[in-house]
Write a protein that binds this ligand. Structure first.
Ligand code: HEC
Length: 121
């Protein structure tokens, strides 16, 4: 039983190689990063807090990609810590400025939900 048409076979090997290459590249990249052990909070406190008192408002709704480019460009951080910092800046930037003006009396969303649906990522 030989079928001349096997669309699946030819694709799997290149895909495996690609995946392996991607995994390898990621490992090497993070191995070279001297700041890898530091949390973005620490990176900010060490390198940025001198001039920027607070990480808030720095992301200004930028895309994390352009933000990490900016950080790499201006502050010569490694691409990994730039990415981490960008994500960090975005995460603290998330609440809209209006939230700061209001007193934080807003209770956390406490809609009745079965505990099953709560997932920590
Ligand atoms: C030597 C002082 C100094 C340090 C240290 C510094 N910054 Fe800045 N940063 C500035 C100044 C001044 C500006 C505004 C000028 C500009 O946009 O280039 C700025 C702008 C920025 C912006 C853009 C904000 C905007 O208004 O568009 C971001 C994001 C930022 N900094 C993040 C960081 C991060 C993250 C670090 C730590 C890795 C850091 N900065 C360290 C002085 C500093």
């Amino acid at each position: 039983m030989t079928s001349p048409f096997q669309p699946g076979r030819g694709l799997i090997a290149p895909l495996m190689i690609l995946a392996a290459a991607a995994a390898l590249t990621a490992t090497v990249a993070s191995a070279q990063n001297l700041d890898a052990g530091k949390s973005p909070e620490k990176l900010f406190a060490d390198g940025c807090a001198t001039c920027h008192r607070s990480p808030r408002g720095l992301a200004k709704g930028r895309f994390s990609l352009t933000l990490s480019w900016f950080l790499k460009d201006h502050y010569a951080t490694s691409s990994d810590s730039a990415k981490a910092l960008a994500a960090y800046l975005e995460s603290v930037d998330a609440p809209p400025p209006r939230a700061a003006a209001k007193p934080s009396a807003k209770p956390s969303k406490s809609a009745p939900r079965p505990p099953k649906s709560v997932q920590s990522h």
